[in-house]
Design a binder for this molecule. Structure first.
Ligand code: URA
Length: 278
């Protein structure tokens, strides 16, 4: 897209109202372009050069926005919801909230899952990251109840078959060391894999995003995920400084790396094409 666009479209995208509301503002003489009152809202402006203002307050145009949210539990991965707070709603509450009104979460985390969620209006990037053919890595920290079979790592590496018969791609399971704590603030008491309490702390890397996939993979091994946090998606790693509910904009470098994640990840045909060596 070039940098020329209709004045009403530009102002609507920046949340100044609907096109008809913007027309009303213009009629009242409240819109200025380069310091001159502008009544024609269908005229074109160059959003890189022209200074567009409402009531003499400049409105700058942002085409694409990218936020990393540490999703808290109890919030749904949606733009709107009748019953629960949404991840997009959380961003709007912040002081340095988004400018655009067309942001959406890239994929979904369950209501009780925490962690990394990318929120953007970049449809092309979202599509690439979510495409089942791209197999962008997703890394999760999980706390699991039940006794993991001794060959759990091997079984994940070979791909688990879910209870409804759905096969999954090979995944990488790491059992966390006894005293190592994956993350401050975890509900676990830090005792690691404990066969007496039938409780394990693990990190799992998967390459697809089936519905409740992590929970269902462990269920297939007779275990239950009691806590789940996404740590990364492709090259994008959850910023440890962000507490649940907090967010920040992505750096230009992070966006660039995500774009190359998509280009570097060749579409793969068969689940068996990619098997972890570790
Ligand atoms: N897998 C799940 O089971 N839940 C999530 O929220 C994400 C991955």
């Amino acid at each position: 897209m070039g940098s020329l666009m209709r004045l009403d479209k530009m102002l609507a995208e920046m949340g100044m109202g609907t096109r008809s509301q913007i027309k009303e503002l213009a009629k009242k003489g409240r819109i200025q372009v380069n310091g001159v009152t502008e009544k024609k809202t269908d005229r074109k402006v160059d959003f890189q050069k022209d200074v567009v203002a409402v009531d003499h307050v400049p409105v700058s145009y942002v085409e694409l926005e990218y936020y990393m949210l540490n999703k808290p539990q109890g919030v749904v991965s949606a733009t709107e919801d009748h019953d629960h707070e949404t991840v997009v709603g959380l961003l709007k509450k912040g002081q340095e909230g988004p400018r655009r009104k067309d942001l959406f979460p890239v994929g979904r985390l369950d209501i009780d899952t925490e962690g990394l969620l990318l929120i953007t209006n970049d449809g092309e990037l979202a599509h690439g990251l979510l495409s089942p053919r791209r197999h962008v890595d997703k890394r999760y920290y999980a706390e699991v109840e039940g006794t993991l079979p001794e060959d759990a790592c091997l079984r994940f590496r070979q791909g688990i078959t879910l209870s409804d018969g759905t096969p999954t791609l090979p995944a990488k399971l790491e059992l966390l060391d006894d005293r190592e704590k994956a993350w401050e603030g975890s509900p676990a008491d830090g005792s690691g894999s404990d066969t007496v309490r039938n409780f394990s702390r693990v990190v799992l890397t998967i390459h697809e995003g089936k519905f409740h996939q992590v929970k269902r993979m462990f269920e297939a091994l007779g275990c239950r995920v009691v806590f789940l946090r996404r740590l990364s998606m492709g090259s994008l790693v959850l910023d440890e400084k962000l507490k649940p509910g907090e967010y920040r904009e992505l750096s230009k470098e992070e966006v660039k790396r995500l774009r190359s994640d998509i280009n570097d990840t060749q579409p793969v045909g068969n689940p068996g094409d990619r098997v972890f060596s570790a």
